[in-house]
Design a protein around this ligand. Sequence first.
Ligand SMILES: Nc1ncnc2c1ncn2[C@@H]1O[C@H](COP(=O)(O)OP(=O)(O)OP(=O)(O)O)[C@@H](O)[C@H]1O
Ligand SMILES: [Zn+2]
Length: 703
Amino acid sequence: MTTTVTDTQVRVRVRVAVDAPQHSGLSEPLDYLSERLLAPGTLVQVPLGKREVTGVVWPHAEGAAGAELDASLLRPVSSVLDGLLPLSASWCELVSFAAHYYQRSVGEVALSVLPPQLRLLDAAQLLARLKRMTKWLAAPPEQVPEPMRPELSGDQAEALLQLDAALAAAAHPETAGPPAPVLLYGVTGSGKTEVYLRAAEHALDRGQQVLVLVPEINLTPQLEARFNERFAAHRIVSLHSGLTPANRLRNWMAAHLGHAELVLGTRLAVFASMPRLGLIVVDEEHDPSYKQQEGARYSARDLAVYRAHQLRIPVLLGSATPSLESWQRAEEGRYQRLSLPRRIGGGALPRVRLFDMNTLPRAKGVTTVISPPLLDALRERLERGEQSLVFLNRRGYAPVLHCTECGWKSGCAHCSAWRVFHKLDRTLRCHHCGFTERVPRACPDCGNQDIAPLGRGTERLEEQMAELLPGARVARIDADSTKLKGALETQLNAVHAGEVDVLVGTQMVAKGHDFRRITLVAAVNPDGALFTSDFRAPERLFALMMQAAGRAGRDAEAAARSEMWVQTWHPLHPLYQSLRTHDYAAFATSQLAERRMAGLPPFAHLALLRADARTPELAKAFLQAAADWAAAMPEARQVTLYPPVPMSVARVANVERMQMLVEAASRGALQRLLWHWLPELHALKREHKGVLRWAVDVDPLAI
Ligand SMILES: Nc1ncnc2c1ncn2[C@@H]1O[C@H](COP(=O)(O)OP(=O)(O)OP(=O)(O)O)[C@@H](O)[C@H]1O
Ligand SMILES: [Zn+2]
């Protein structure tokens, strides 16, 4: 730290991470003057341009402290938010790593992962909040009876034994290296959650804090309930974007001050400040929602692994269908793989039946929703009083309306996409930009009254199921049916209580739920994902189908008569063949072999450069210029730059979107290129009028 004497006062130069806009090119913390020493991690308010903004006092980069700066040019810190304990050095390091790796500014990442309210409060307001939190904490946890713990299955006990060994080793960092990440590979219904609970318990017993990440907290109220029940005697808080700003700040502070012992949260919680963090659990580690898709496009799963390594603590990645990245690392021995190969209670996984749609007689213009044998299977369940889940990953009534006379289709005026017909409120809605209109009475082009839905979404499927199964209680769960607060929970409870015979839904119902009465799961039209250009589409489809299958027969007693039906035009596709035998390992092996041949992740490293512009030509010209620039750099020798192409939905809300893929054999080579290349793009953009924005996505999930 440099001190200077101005007038009579001693002033200290401090680095402060502020959220400067990306185009300013200010990616590192800025220098300010302070009248007193400020610990790194302290929150402050500082002037930035004409504004006052919240920032975080940042540790000095190693070796850089000596750089001289004319102190008279620096502006003073406006105020210090003293009330709050400074963020730790390791937290700052995590943020720094994420910022550099994902190519964002340190300040942007630091500020965007703190509770939004922290940026709005002054010192006095913050103190008031702290007081209120202390009061909230002072209410003693209720006197709770000792929680019920099931006796562990042999597989669970074995997995825990190994985990405990890792925990114990981590307690002696001087003798052991950081523990390897653990991949808990357990089939659906094998009791992974119980392993998380026990591992968490052990860490809590050691006085440590535990962080549990879940893909979407609202989707699995059961999981939250199980944690709350088991740890009723402990302070447990949740962190996700659905909390009110005040509660999010309160919960965050409780974790930051070490009062909350367990944090259960979504991807943003990977940045929770936890001074005694001793274990990180990532449930459904393969789930795409761990990847942030806007701003700093980080992967919470990958950052969890980094954070655990940094703190030398265990991280537990759980899944029935691990990401191919994690699976490959386990194959290489870099992750420790623990397996739960059997379902609790010894029940079998459902029998998978592939129904070949080509065998149905073809009637012109009519596609059968439910093949006759599947209909029989559904009727059987109905007669036995068992539940069925019919799964279709498309909401709304029909994906498009069309005119039988002139061929008009319900396109979106602003996007290169169809507008979806929602029958309930008789609207046409664009699922990309939100543009919504009443359904026209007649074809807007030719006036024909006969406009008809094409294809099928969950709304229509629900209607058709009710027609096909008279008397059955049919319910639908998707993003439309669950908009109201608490709606999802109510609807799920009805399913659990047996008030529903046939549940129609999107992927919302296919994942994670511990349904006890379902003995049949049917995927009516899953083929779409087999032939898209995204190389990860098969992996996602397979994971989703395995998850969906896993909702059937969770009660061991009913397992033997449980089935998963797949209606497909491609029954011989290798993906379905692996599904038929529940053979994730075979699927992973064949996919990994393909990826290796094609030079794709995890055997190569990717980044996507995206440009949004008023016309496709402008977006393309910018990306091409960026590529030309990169090609001239020495770092480009180890990377491949692919030609710019339109994104799969090229136009959204009147913005044309193009992307360019950058590929390298090593992470380091990719990082070096990005590091030197991206700063140049700010200037390049100024030369390309009409380009609205550009962004880079490191380790993109969707291509
Ligand atoms: N040792 C045990 N003894 C008895 N029941 C158990 C035991 N472990 C777990 N269970 C119960 O088995 C069911 C399935 O467990 P759990 O939900 O943890 O499985 P899972 O592996 O997470 O499944 P999925 O991947 O399908 O979500 C739950 O109802 C759980 O309460
Ligand atoms: Zn639109």
